[in-house]
Design a protein around this ligand. Structure first.
Ligand code: FE
Ligand code: FE
Ligand code: ZN
Length: 278
């Protein structure tokens, strides 16, 4: 069965996100752990979590994906910026244990002129300071488009981060199809080769979630501009091959396409379900 959902606003709580997911025909969702600007997180509502958990079980929602604020920069030059990222990470990972066994995705960060090696050192240091042995959450590095000085636009950079993380069994990868395409991985014409490369460099067993987005910008443009499914440079045929590929078809997929409302996501989920060969 296709595991599919979209990014939802967390402001009305987990039960509400679960209900929205079912309403649009999905069975998983992504949410920001706090305001994307990285402000203080709302206090967890344990009653809402309990109600969500029983709703999720009844309705077949098995995976959810938390997303760290995208404004954090674990690779920043300024120590205060890195410390802030650590604080948020620590707090988020603690809170995630109220929903055990889920995933927490983050953008590795930008080295802003310090060089890739120094940037990777900072990211590894954040992971080694914040991951803890008995956490049940898997932390995912998102593949990035490589705009500016972003780290994580190549599989070798992801490998370097994982290799040096002490609790590397807690680390996986989240593909973003728009970002891969704009980073120069030809998932349209060379999907098998990209998968082989990823498997050799990182390991397919580390690939735990996929952000499913079309790309407004052309191949290898190093731009991060999402487009609606089938309306961009990736196109519906390639997206169909991605969700049906034997190595990918059982992964959870998350839409982060530009939509005005939930019915836009419902429409895309419908298209994808029709494309999916169960
Ligand atoms: Fe992201
Ligand atoms: Fe993404
Ligand atoms: Zn993006």
């Amino acid at each position: 069965m296709l595991t599919i959902g979209c990014h939802l606003s967390a402001t009305k709580g987990f039960l509400h996100m679960g209900q929205e997911t079912i309403q649009i025909g999905g069975n998983t969702f992504q949410f920001f752990t706090r305001n994307p600007r990285g402000s203080q997180a709302k206090e967890l509502n344990l009653n809402d979590i309990a109600r969500f958990q029983s709703y999720a079980e009844q309705h077949g929602i098995h995976h959810i994906l938390a997303h760290a604020p995208y404004t954090l920069n674990p690779a920043a030059e300024n120590p205060a910026t890195r410390e802030f990222a650590e604080l948020v990470f620590k707090d988020d990972l603690t809170r995630m244990e109220h929903l055990p066994g889920q995933m927490y995705n983050f953008h590795p960060g930008s080295h802003v002129g310090q060089g890739v090696e120094t940037g990777i050192n900072h990211i590894v240091s954040l992971l080694n300071k914040t991951l803890f042995p008995d956490q049940t959450t898997v932390v995912l590095l998102e593949t990035m488009s490589g705009k500016g000085s972003e780290i994580g636009s190549s599989f070798t950079e992801l490998r370097a981060i994982i290799d040096r993380t002490e609790l590397s069994e807690k680390v996986g990868v989240c593909w973003d199809t728009c970002h891969l395409f704009s980073a120069g991985y030809d998932i349209v014409n060379q999907l098998d080769n990209v998968l082989t490369d990823f498997d050799k460099t990182v390991g397919l067993n580390r690939l735990l979630a996929i952000h499913l987005n079309d790309s407004l910008m052309p191949f290898q443009g190093h731009k991060d501009r999402h487009e609606k499914i089938g309306k961009g440079q990736i196109g519906l045929d390639a997206i169909g091959r991605i969700i049906n590929h034997p190595a990918l078809k059982d992964k959870p997929f998350y839409l982060e396409t530009p939509q005005d409302n939930l019915s836009g996501y419902a429409h895309e989920i419908n298209i994808l379900k029709e494309l999916y060969q169960s």
